[in-house]
Design a protein around this ligand. Structure first.
Ligand code: ATR
Length: 272
């Protein structure tokens, strides 16, 4: 049986073993997938021990995505763009690092019927989550993509030197958003963890717009509650992104695309 795992600290809360068990059952793949708690200063050793046990691949979550990127022998273009890795593939050639988070976001938006092409998109945040999302979002060819962050300079640095094709790409602080409106607003800040929402001005949500929080939880996130109050027509949390990034990792390992629809329904029920 092929061996996979997710590394994190903490890790007990991770839904990845459940999701990948569902994918394996659905596709008939013989694999096991476990959660491994690595010490914060012991990621590389934990990965080495797992490889010695025959591990074929791994997911990586907080706080090890930068360590996973650094540990790899080779890196995909999207991992390079994100500067972080959430997926590792082990082979005799060494360790390949990839990043499926941004692809998971874009696939979830597509699943939800949200086409980004030509749309005005606002990406909030300039940390790892925003960095991972930027290139996959640009690949969808939005008409305008604005990256806004509490610390404006980090947003400016994030877009510096990006080839953005026909997309109008800009960066700013939250205060600079007054007077702008967007069809899709994506929260890639970690503010919801603190029960806070980035301070967005009235009018930011265009008619029939979508608010999307990469975070999720049993209760509605602070960002989505604020979005509803500001007039967002549709609100989505990051549960679909979680499942889609997992499906993308599964595809990298097994060359099979699981059907995420049933898994979405069941995970939502499980968390309710
Ligand atoms: P991650 O890897 O999860 O993106 P990170 O690299 O620490 O984590 O980045 C956190 C992001 O959330 C940053 O964009 C941060 O803004 P700053 O760059 O100004 O620090 C943003 N953030 C965190 N708490 C926030 C809050 N309460 N309100 C608004 N933005 C917040």
């Amino acid at each position: 049986m092929d061996l996979y795992a997710v590394f994190g600290n903490p890790i007990a809360h991770s839904r990845s073993p459940w999701i990948h068990a569902r994918f394996a059952a659905q596709t008939g793949e013989a694999l096991s997938y476990e959660a491994i708690l690595a010490p914060t200063d012991g990621f590389a050793a934990a990965v080495a021990a797992f490889r010695a046990r025959g591990g074929r691949g791994a997911n990586v979550t907080v706080p090890f995505k930068l360590d996973a990127f650094a540990l790899a022998d080779r890196r995909s273009e999207r991992a390079e763009a994100a500067g972080a890795a959430n997926t590792l593939i082990f082979s005799a050639d060494g360790v390949l690092a990839d990043n499926t988070d941004g692809a998971g976001l874009v696939r979830d938006l597509a699943f939800q019927g949200c086409a980004l092409s030509g749309q005005r998109v606002l990406l909030l945040g300039a940390g790892g989550a925003a960095r991972g999302a930027l290139l996959p979002l640009l690949a969808e060819k939005p008409g305008r993509l604005v990256v806004a962050n509490r610390t404006a300079a980090r947003a400016t640095a994030l877009i510096a030197g990006r080839d953005c094709g026909a997309t109008e790409l800009a960066a700013c602080g939250f205060d600079d958003l007054a007077g702008s409106s967007f069809n899709v607003v994506i929260n890639a800040t970690s503010s919801s963890l603190a029960g806070e929402a980035p301070p967005l001005p009235r009018g930011i949500y265009a008619p029939d717009s979508l608010a999307y929080d990469m975070m999720y939880g049993r209760d509605e996130t602070a960002f989505l509650s604020a979005a509803r109050e500001l007039g967002a027509a549709h609100c989505l949390d990051g549960l679909g992104m979680l499942i889609e990034q997992a499906a993308e990792s599964f595809f990298l390992w097994r060359a099979l695309r699981p059907d995420t629809g049933a898994v979405r329904r069941d995970l939502r029920t499980l968390l309710a």
